[in-house]
Ligand binder design. Structure first.
Ligand code: NI
Length: 256
């Protein structure tokens, strides 16, 4: 039995000094498959190099992050699209909307969302959705685009039971990360209501480090900490959480 990190930016500079050791630590912790969401044109080279070096463990996705949607977003999308034409990827992402940092380009974010959802349909790939302070808007957008073929993950889910129900109705999964270990994360109340079939695990490394490592860099080897917390809140054996989340991720990304 092994675990899957469905969301980790292991190409980030924060891993420059010990990337190989960190990946080996993760594999030793049974985190054998790690999906790498792209950000924008600046992250592609590092991501692809990592995938090439660790073909059994690291898998690239392709998309434009909402925080990289600015006035030149069409140029960014053009580069993403040319990569999608060149080779296959595991998903379209990281894409989505973000009203936390900068609201200036929200209309462009929505436009980029629609375009990328179109690519998910064209290439039959799952979406990795980022939404921050914009879950309601993102659900509305997805409702408009869902024709029964879109699938994917609401990454870093920390929403309400009402939002979880909407996501389930849309046929999407929720990515549970380090926030589950935070005292005021809110997942303690919501998780017991969500069936395991809708959940996958993620770190979002190097960000959102779980307790007791909070404040330091996050890495994929911490996935077992997250799995343990999910097991605790759902009152299930750890093995069941491991098995179900791995099955869900493989079904989504590999159609297995
Ligand atoms: Ni991310």
């Amino acid at each position: 039995m092994f675990l899957i990190d469905t969301h980790a930016h292991l190409y980030a500079d924060q891993f420059k000094a010990d990337r190989h050791d960190m990946i080996m630590r993760s594999v030793e912790a049974k985190v054998e498959r790690i999906y790498l969401p792209n950000i924008d044109h600046t992250s592609i080279e590092g991501m692809l190099a990592l995938e090439e070096k660790y073909p059994a463990h690291c898998f690239a996705t392709m998309g434009l992050h909402p925080c990289s949607v600015g006035k030149d977003f069409e140029k960014e999308l053009y580069q993403i699209e040319s990569w999608l034409e060149k080779r296959t990827f595991k998903a379209i992402g990281e894409m989505g909307t973000d009203l936390h940092w900068d609201k200036t380009y929200f209309e462009q974010q929505k436009e980029a969302f629609r375009i990328q959802a179109g690519w998910a349909k064209k290439y039959d790939l799952p979406l990795i959705i980022h939404c921050r302070k914009s879950t309601y808007e993102t659900i509305a957008l997805l409702k408009e685009l869902q024709d029964g073929t879109l699938r994917g993950i609401f990454h870093c889910f920390g929403g309400s039971w009402e939002e979880a129900q909407e996501i389930i109705k849309l046929g999407f999964l929720m990515g549970i990360g380090g926030v589950v270990t935070y005292k005021n994360g809110g997942l303690k109340e919501v998780l017991p209501k969500i069936d395991m079939q809708h959940l996958v695990l993620e770190t979002d490394a190097p960000y959102l480090t779980p307790e007791p490592h909070r404040g330091k860099r996050n890495e994929s080897s911490y996935i077992p900490i997250i799995a343990q917390k999910v097991a605790e809140y759902k009152n299930l054996p750890l093995e069941e959480v491991m098995q179900k989340t791995t099955e869900n991720a493989l079904r989504l990304f590999e159609k297995a």
